[in-house]
Ligand binder design. Structure first.
Ligand code: SF4
Length: 452
């Protein structure tokens, strides 16, 4: 079971796989070092996509922060630069006797790829004579999830995990469960969550995710100026918001204006993400604007919003996101942008359909439609920055999610292509996609548009 709270993680931008994951891995290695005696020096080496696009994604800074003991959910985004700069200057990790000089000890390995995933990291600890004491490999597998080599091998060997009471491994099984139990999809996801934490904690956690998503939108609407990284991309959300507010009371307004509001919310989140702000991984940072934008659209523009509908939205989105992660991937480095923006759109479409009272079959249909129309989308961020095409891509993903929900709600849930079939198609398409289109910045827009 993939918990709602694993898919929706409060963290910082710009990337779940390249920022959040590496910070988590580095922090885990720090715990290892703290538990050992005799460590005098440590080193970190990053491989594959992490090396190729790591500077644009802030992977180096994230590793420094993790080694300092910071976590994505709690670090103040306004302090990341000063904390990492201090470590670069002093080499002081706050662990007596242990040295780390980022210039020497943090290595970008552009040549090699570790065997299990392109987002590999290797941390080593040495004693005062430079003898190796610890050697740990981690993989950042998308969405902020991190596994060691041993954990990855155990997962692929199918090591036993506790079964939730209403386990489902496919869209078909999920629909069968709703027929057998009479429960809705959010009720099934909730029943499984209750094996991990009590009801009050689930509700409080869901409300905290919602609040963090809306706070991110609000901050994105206030901020202005250029995004960091050198591409000279100007923030748009603030100006677009002012323009929409200015025409709110006009007698004649285009019917498609609602699409601008949906786009606005997504732009606000992804501009925050691109500037390293506080975002919710949903299911990744690159695609973090879609679920919040559609959730906010549900609150502000759809009838009968209440906290319960917001929770149903998130639980349903998580049920679909968990299926996609388990059966294919949510990582741009593994399957391209169809796995990030496509997955987020499927999750948001399902969430909106549930919040508007759709049946389980309509929810499955909405998720399928949203994913189907992202198939084949590559990942090619210019300069490795999660800005172009990522920010606008979230606006499109959010609008497509609303279209998908609307189409399914006007039908009866019966449709030709199943969610399982489209997830499998996405997996195969990602597998066949040339490596240069999978978060390497070696193809697509990344090579056809001048970075400066
Ligand atoms: S192109 Fe898509 S998958 Fe790639 S970094 Fe941007 S949002 Fe993520």
């Amino acid at each position: 079971m993939i918990s709602t709270f694993d898919l929706f993680k409060i963290g910082i931008g710009p990337s779940s796989s390249h920022t959040v994951g590496p910070m988590v891995a580095a922090r885990r290695f720090r715990e290892t070092v703290l538990a050992r005696t005799g460590v005098a020096r440590i080193s970190a080496e990053i491989y594959g996509s992490l090396a190729w696009t790591g500077r644009g994604h802030g992977t180096d800074t994230a590793i420094l922060l993790g080694l300092l003991g910071h976590a994505p959910a709690t670090i103040d985004p306004d302090l990341t630069t000063s904390l990492s700069d201090a470590l670069r200057r002093t080499g002081d990790l706050g662990i007596p006797g242990v040295h780390f000089e980022p210039e020497r000890d943090l290595v970008f390995n552009f040549k090699d790829i570790l065997p299990l995933h392109t987002n590999g990291m290797r941390f080593r600890a040495y004693d005062a004579r430079d003898a190796l004491l610890e050697d740990q490999i981690f993989y950042s597998i998308g969405g902020g999830f991190v596994v060691t080599a041993a954990e990855a091998e155990a997962a692929s060997a199918g090591d036993a995990q506790a079964e939730p009471p209403l386990a489902f491994g496919s869209g078909r099984e999920l629909l069968d469960l709703t027929l057998r139990t009479g429960l809705t999809i959010p009720q099934i996801q909730l029943a499984n969550e209750l094996t991990l934490r009590p009801r009050e904690a689930v509700d409080a956690g869901l409300d905290a995710i919602r609040d963090a998503m809306f706070a991110c939108i609000e901050r994105g609407l206030r901020m202005d100026g250029e995004l960091p990284g050198g591409l000279r991309v100007r923030r748009r959300a603030k100006r677009l918001h002012a323009s929409l507010e200015a025409t709110k009371l006009a007698n004649s307004r285009p019917a498609h204006e609602i699409m601008d509001w949906i786009s606005l919310y997504a732009l606000a989140v992804n501009e925050e993400n691109a500037s390293g702000g506080r975002v919710v991984t949903a299911p990744t940072n690159g695609a973090a604007g879609i679920v919040p934008a559609v959730l906010r659209y549900t609150r502000d523009f759809c009838p009968d919003w209440n906290d319960e509908r917001g929770r149903d939205f998130l639980l349903t989105a998580a049920a679909i996101g968990g299926l996609i992660k388990a059966r294919a991937s949510i990582s741009g480095a593994e399957v391209g942008c169809q796995g990030e923006v496509g997955s987020a759109a499927a999750m948001a479409a399902a969430g909106l359909t549930a919040a508007l009272g759709g049946s389980a079959f309509q929810i499955e249909n909405a998720a399928e439609i949203a994913m189907e129309h992202h198939l084949g989308m590559t990942c090619d961020p210019i300069a490795g920055l999660v800005q172009v095409p990522c920010i606008e891509r979230n606006a499109f993903g959010a609008n497509k999610a609303v279209v998908a929900a609307s189409l399914s709600l006007r039908g009866d849930g019966q449709h030709r292509v199943s969610l399982d079939e489209v997830i499998e198609t996405m997996r195969q398409t990602g597998h066949d996609m040339q490596a240069k289109y999978k978060e390497t910045s070696l193809g697509g827009l990344a090579v056809n548009v001048a970075a400066c």
